[in-house]
Design a protein around this ligand. Sequence first.
Ligand code: 13P
Ligand code: SF4
Length: 375
Amino acid sequence: MEIKTVTFDQATPAGQCSPGQAWARLPPEQSPQQQRQSARRIKELLRQRNAVMVAHYYVDGALQDLARETGGCVGDSLEMARFGSEHPATTLVVAGVRFMGETAKILSPDKTVLMPDGDATCSLDLGCPAEEFGRFCDAHPDRTVVVYANTSAAVKARADWVVTSSVGQDIVAALHARGDKILWAPDRHLGAHIQRQTGADMLLWQGSCVVHDEFKADELQALADAHPEAAILVHPESPAAVTALADVVGSTTQLIAAVGKLPTNTFIVATDQGILHDMRQRYPERIFLAAPTAGTGGSCKSCAFCPWMAMNSLQGVEQALLQGSGAIELDAALGLAARKPIERMLQFAAAQRQRVQSSGDMARDTALFQNFGPA
Ligand code: 13P
Ligand code: SF4
């Protein structure tokens, strides 16, 4: 197996960032025939084990297809959490990164939660060690602690609220409206984006995502100039200069939904390129262009592919189901403490969904698409 070294921002709340070193292993490639055979065996194992797959849009397309075909879920991190907690299967196979598996285990402690590779991590999780984060919280006891889902269970356990990119802005807006001051961790770009959108008083941890931090505004502007008809879709983990150019800023699911709603045929996509598998399947007639990163040479940390999402493979799923590898184990007390702020988020999201459904109110969409003029 090939091992890749990844440099990430080892952040401190004081604002300094120093580079940290991590690694990711790339699974060996399978031929199309091997993939078909693997998928057949996995289908049978899922049935035998009363298991269901829960996959993120950034994992390999073959895993996304298999999750859908077998009645599982492909979604953003909020949808993955909700689906896993509500599904009656006794085993969840989470194809994504560790915080997603941990969230599933926190919400369903009695289920077996397996991952194709339990070492698949996230630079935001790595860049926010629980002890240091605890000291940050202790120093600001007057602030409501809001943490992004891309964190360890121990960091979540210190939080009042856990949020994902699909509901973070709305939750912070609601907290701001009731007068709360926020302590936010770990993604500095998402935190700053939410701060700009809501006007909330937010103290930010200084972490970043190795994928989204790489998008470059000047190059993106040049690409947009060459394709004036294109809508620009940006995940909010991207730097401010990049989100400033966006027609739509949103979670992975919100970006996919935007493709179906915007009156144009061409899209520039600033997020992990794994998402294009789903976008192309849903909208085969549309044209998708990858937003520029630092380049494909040595200076590119991710080249818009998350090295840890890439650790997920069909072989990994099969091994997990056969041998129980990649099983998530969590201390019960820690799980219980981390569960409360996640459940708050799920309840907020459920109430929000109900409000939108009952009023037929598309206010959220209107806000998302506010920048996009006629095609
Ligand atoms: P979403 O919740 O928008 O899918 O984001 C998860 C993530 O890790 C993005 O890098
Ligand atoms: Fe973490 Fe970025 Fe990978 Fe998402 S894309 S899992 S934020 S490193």
